[in-house]
Design a protein around this ligand. Structure first.
Ligand SMILES: [Zn+2]
Length: 76
């Protein structure tokens, strides 16, 4: 096992409402679908409509990059 940090480009950011997670405007991880309550792992993605991808954890960015992109394409 090596290069664990390869291709991780996101950063933690405050998203969603800390004390209002029952609110309807909840965020969900773009990879596993888990609800994001306070912190989100945000990845800048110019090819995405919103300009970014939101995940619950860094590992989800990795899973997304390794499994989703090769199968669904990166928009090109
Ligand atoms: Zn996730």
């Amino acid at each position: 096992m090596s290069a664990d940090a390869e291709q991780l480009t996101g950063a933690w950011a405050e998203r969603g409402a800390p004390d209002d997670y029952m609110h309807e405007e909840t965020l969900h991880c773009g990879c596993c679908g888990r609800m994001i309550v306070r912190r989100a792992w945000v990845v800048t993605a110019p090819e995405e409509p919103g300009g970014e991808l939101i995940f619950c954890e860094p590992v989800c960015e990795r899973i997304y990059a390794e499994y989703w992109l090769p199968r669904h394409g990166g928009g090109r």
